[in-house]
Ligand binder design. Sequence first.
Ligand code: NAD
Length: 498
Amino acid sequence: MNTIGHLINGEMHTRSDRQQDIINPSTNLVESKVALASKATVEEAIAVAQAAYPAWRNTPPIKRARIMFRFKDLLEQNADKICELITREHGKVLNDAMGELQRGIENVEYACSVPELLKGEHSKNVGPAIDSWSEFQPLGVCAGITPFNFPAMVPLWMWPMAVACGNTFILKPSERDPSSALLIAQLALEAGLPAGVLNVVNGDKEAVDTLLSDNRVHAVSFVGSTPIAKYVYETGCRNGKRVQAFGGAKNHAIVMPDADLDNAVSALMGAAYGSCGERCMAISVAVAVGDATADALVEKLKAQIADLKVGDGMDNSNDMGPVVTKAQLEKIEGYIAKGVEEGADLVVDGRGLKVAGFENGNYLGASLFDRVKEGMVIHSDEIFGPVLCVMRVDTMQEAMDIINAHEYGNGTCIFTRDGEAARYFADNILVGMVGINVPLPVPVAYHSFGGWKQSLFGDLHAYGPDAVRFYSKRKTITQRWPASGVREGAQFTFPSNG
Ligand code: NAD
């Protein structure tokens, strides 16, 4: 059986590390094994990245950008292969994997403009014959720790910009679906990235803890669940690192009485059930303003759910594949049972679905709850599955109060035809990414991505302009070249423009 190893200094290694099974969620059969890096393996990768740093830091940004251009081409040429790996290990439908990869490629395109992005700021004559400028220097060795749900895209949020800025990098992908990130890293080497600039170590807590405690690692980007994000943020900061840690979410959509309901329902179907709800920007709560809106919304959702096609992700005619693991399936089913116990109306129950030919897969149909209330666990917790909760309120302000009181603040959206209501919503909602008649307001690659509250620990958002700042350090240089030191003589007063 194939063992997925680590990419260190341009070569694949498995060492004698512990191993874990990689399981196809559609069949629950073991696909391969992944090596889980020991502390020593991670330390070796850090040493390699540190050794590669001086030459890479001094490589002109335009040459780093040219590698990104070639890398983008290779990603496009190998897209089918990459997406097949995503689907086999994650379960999402191939078309959806292609969407994820495309979003990742857009981050590479943005990294191609790094000479422009690193230009800095210059002021001439800040004093007599004195010029001053700020430049953006790389940090050194940086690390990225990524979740299972976007195994190709989230690593591409991180390391292309980090290395384009002149850093070297260690990526620790999710141990549940590591293969696409590894193939992508090999393509980067093929594009001309020197060995040691990008290293991939597979692993679990032991690998993460080594990255968080080693003094040679200067910055850590993390994406995953909130408890681990908080742990990574606190541990990394305590150890003097720059850290951005993206956590979980519970994203609400407000459906106003004036909304185009057919549009809203189509948008909600994709946003709630696409990728089985295993997206940090999935809409998991729809807050309907007015009972008439709620009644119509629930009826229309029910009708569309009946047409959803659930099955193997390799078949693009399916809308939803399996969820990632048996444990995740059981956890979601547990939440559905809890919602019923707490008194919410289970309008559609997706439990117990069997897909012909894939009877052992982690399959679950779409579920829909109505009359969900604040305080219920199905509202407070991130379920991360195909479960949409409908809440009923009388006013838009009540809907906004529910969202603003929630511990997560990743994404949200409003469906309305009223510009003033939409503007008020966008201005006053305590959430980092806002959609107006757009259900998944994931920013494009040249804007930055990030939530508020328990959805992000740290200051700078992911990718886009914030990534340039995260992966670089500002240095401000003030320079004076007197015409002749001998002619001017020494000055003893404090220099000023007064
Ligand atoms: P996870 O927190 O279980 O794992 C994320 C990473 O952390 C993995 O690489 C894993 O190996 C590592 N890890 C797990 N346990 C650890 C521990 N105890 N100590 C150190 N490292 C540990 O998350 P997941 O299940 O892979 O991903 C799903 C979660 O990610 C959801 O909560 C989702 O909302 C969130 N997510 C957030 C965003 C965002 O941008 N905010 C994007 C994608 C996913």
